[in-house]
Design a protein around this ligand. Structure first.
Ligand code: NCD
Length: 331
């Protein structure tokens, strides 16, 4: 489906503005990390900490009782879908999961994204959408009157992942300003590194981008980094960054985005973080990965206390609880 063919049928200027409150998220879509400034990030992180405490103490609450989330996933997902579902249920809400087999839905009969969205919003209060095309989340949000949360639009953005990534760095290392963050792997197609890079530009960080030549960070993101005056360097070699990094953010080569699979084969096994390589890293640093991993981090790193990727997974649920509560006006 070509999202560009979906021209809006409404005059949006005539629609009523959605209800807002002081955190600015109530009734809003979450499409891009550009929506988040440092104050809003602090707010979301404070709420996520409350959610963590709540879950640890009593497992959940019922502030979203009577609210329904539709999880509409046109691409595979384990963590993003499961954590949104867990987040909604721990807040007392319920979920319409269309997370596998969109082939069993009317999409397979040729229904457009616009019609699917306008149907599902009749049943629900918020839609979480993952779709293979860049820009699709914004198109869905243009059609929907209820909030749409972008759970990944192709190689575009993955804002809720970036929020949980930033939250993980903050909680693990106790700060954000002053850190050296190295991103490794598929910087071209990896939407998580795109969103995280944009968020990090609000802090006083240095960035190191490690990738094969054909998977370098896209120019549009490099320009934003340079315009922000951030200290940035690119390299092909993890050895150049491992000694100084406070955060080593490793990614999977995004096979599904390659039109030429021979090209994928050339770059797929370029990097592997091993226990041996970790001996060169600082004592206080973290290794992160949005997961799934397909060989980029050896299992022998898992028991290293610096391996933060499964703690990162859990933070995803707390962040999504905070976001759902805020978007649905239970701040
Ligand atoms: C990522 C994604 O889907 O962009 N996974 C996730 O949401 N945790 C990363 C990936 O698939 O490689």
């Amino acid at each position: 489906m070509n999202v560009n063919e979906l021209t809006p049928l409404f005059n949006f200027a005539e629609m009523q503005p959605r209800q807002r409150n002081s955190n600015g998220l109530t009734g809003q879509d979450i499409i891009s990390v550009s929506q988040f400034d440092r104050d809003l990030l602090d707010y979301v992180f404070a709420r996520a900490r409350e959610m963590r405490e709540l879950v640890q103490r009593v497992g959940g609450t019922d502030i979203l009782k009577g609210h329904v989330l539709t999880a509409l996933f046109y691409e595979p997902s384990t963590r993003t879908s499961a954590s949104f579902i867990a987040a909604m249920e721990r807040l007392g809400g319920s979920v319409i999961p269309i997370t596998q087999g969109v082939q069993f839905s009317s999409v397979s009969k040729g229904e457009t994204l616009a019609d699917t969205i306008r149907t599902l919003e009749q049943y629900s209060d918020v839609i979480v959408l993952r779709h293979p095309e860049m820009g699709s989340a914004q198109v869905a949000a243009d059609y929907a009157e209820i909030p749409v949360i972008n759970a990944g639009d192709g190689p575009g953005e993955h804002p809720t992942q970036a929020l949980l990534d930033l939250f993980t760095i903050r909680e693990e290392l106790g700060m954000l300003d002053g850190l050296k963050v190295a991103m490794v792997g598929d910087l071209r197609y990896g939407r998580t590194v795109h969103s995280l890079t944009k968020l990090l530009l609000q802090y006083n960080v240095s960035l190191r981008f490690v990738s094969p030549e054909i998977l370098r960070m896209p120019l549009s993101y490099m320009n934003q980094v340079i315009d922000a005056g951030v200290d940035v360097r690119e390299t092909h070699d993890v050895a150049d960054v491992i000694k100084n990094a406070d955060v080593l953010y490793v990614t999977r080569v995004q096979k599904e985005r390659f039109s030429d699979l021979a090209q994928y084969e050339q770059v797929k096994d370029q990097y592997e973080i091993t226990a041996e390589l970790m001996t060169q890293a600082k004592a206080k640093m973290i290794v992160m990965h949005p997961l799934p991993r397909v060989g980029e981090i050896h299992y022998n790193v898992d028991k290293d206390p610096r391996a933060a990727y499964f703690r990162q997974v859990q933070n995803g649920m707390f962040i999504r609880m905070a976001l759902l509560a805020a978007v649905l006006g239970k701040a």
